[in-house]
Design a protein around this ligand. Structure first.
Ligand code: 5MM
Length: 344
């Protein structure tokens, strides 16, 4: 009964897709900014967040030459999943033709957990089963749901950890029933003055709770991807840790808690600089062998440079695409522990 109630066809497909997402040398481009978030990003380059500008920017990313050598999948926002390139090709088809798996963010954002000090739960479970079936028909091969945990004072509370682990697991089980690989993203925010030890303790606790709930919800581990944050000090902590210390602490936690049946761990960048996110991934892969693939699913750490280069101007398109290719190539090398600052 290795796959619970999934048919062999579905479980084989899930395992195959999960493995393809963390194929050697490749990782995931997180381009699933909601309209509120992409507006914040566009504000930094003085570009209006119109539907056409959002579409044009995503087209720039998805058509960047050669990225298919380093990018296995792209996570999109619902609006983007239904959009097409300027020559009329649906983004889902365009990506598939390039050998890149289209993915979809299915959570609908955060809401305050009553009775807590600003802790959040992720919304989107109502009607999710039907929505997932629709996304699968639209061409998505995987989905993503992000839970957010804060460290600081008495946070996180047990309530916040349990609510979030439960929702992630309900989502993951629903995805697999619809034939989509769930990316399970419990993000422990870097915001705050906590030290790396506090992050390590909370990371272990959160991940243990998540895997216990995933098991209770009969999630097929071979058909999922974990998307966690790394073990770092908070962004305003006076004692920042060096690259090897981050890599060692992160691996210590994951080796204790993440079952070897999970095919891959694809880290988020969480506000780290592009170069540091690459260096951390590289250090962890150098410290292998590990039981799972260690990969990336970066948003800002892949897009910051292309966005800055683009500035909303057609004449900057090729340069912006080169910037994305460069970051993708650096992270592709980090998948083998072969990145060096000289590549910058
Ligand atoms: C694109 O950012 C995602 C969340 O967007 P919304 O807040 O608009 O829903 C986020 O889940 C992202 O996919 C991951 O955190 C990875 O992005 P970073 O920038 O942390 O690598």
């Amino acid at each position: 009964m290795g796959t619970y109630c999934l048919s062999p066809e579905i479980s084989d497909r899930l395992a195959e897709t999960a493995q393809a997402l963390v194929a050697p040398g490749k990782g995931i481009l997180a381009a699933d900014e909601s309209n509120l978030t992409i507006k914040k990003r566009f504000d930094t380059i003085d570009v209006a967040s119109t539907e056409e500008n959002r579409r044009a920017y995503r087209e720039l990313l998805f058509t960047a030459p050669e990225i298919q050598d380093y990018i296995s999948g792209v996570i999109m926002f619902e609006e983007t999943l239904g959009q097409s390139s300027s020559d009329g090709r649906p983004f889902t088809d365009l990506l598939k033709e390039r050998g890149i798996i289209p993915g979809i963010k299915v959570d609908t954002g955060l809401t305050l957990i009553p009775g807590t000090r600003e802790e959040k739960a992720t919304q989107g479970l109502d009607g999710l089963g039907e929505r997932l079936e629709g996304f699968e028909k639209q061409g998505a091969g995987f989905a993503k749901w992000r839970a957010v945990i804060n460290i600081g004072g008495h946070l996180p509370t047990r309530l916040a950890v349990e609510i979030n682990a439960h929702a992630l697991s309900r989502y993951a089980a629903l995805c697999q029933a619809a034939g989509l690989v769930p990316i399970v993203e419990p993000e422990i925010l870097m915001t705050g003055s906590h030290d790396a030890d506090a992050c390590e303790r909370v990371s272990e606790w959160v991940l243990r709770t998540v895997f216990s709930e995933l098991s209770a919800h009969r999630v097929f581990l071979e058909g999922m991807i974990l998307k966690p944050s790394m073990v770092t000090a908070g962004d305003t902590c006076p004692e920042q840790t060096d690259v090897d210390t981050v890599a060692r602490a992160t691996l210590r936690v994951f080796r204790r808690v993440v079952p070897a049946a999970v095919p891959g761990i694809a880290f988020l960048s969480g506000g780290q600089s592009s170069e540091l996110a690459t260096a951390h991934l590289n250090a962890m892969n150098k410290m292998g062998p590990n039981p799972w693939e260690l990969s990336f699913s970066y948003g800002r750490a892949l897009q910051e440079q292309p966005l800055k280069t683009w500035q909303g101007k057609t004449e900057n398109l090729a340069a912006a695409q080169s910037a994305l290719l460069k970051r993708s190539r650096c992270n592709g090398a980090a998948r083998y522990g072969k990145y060096s600052s000289g590549m910058e």
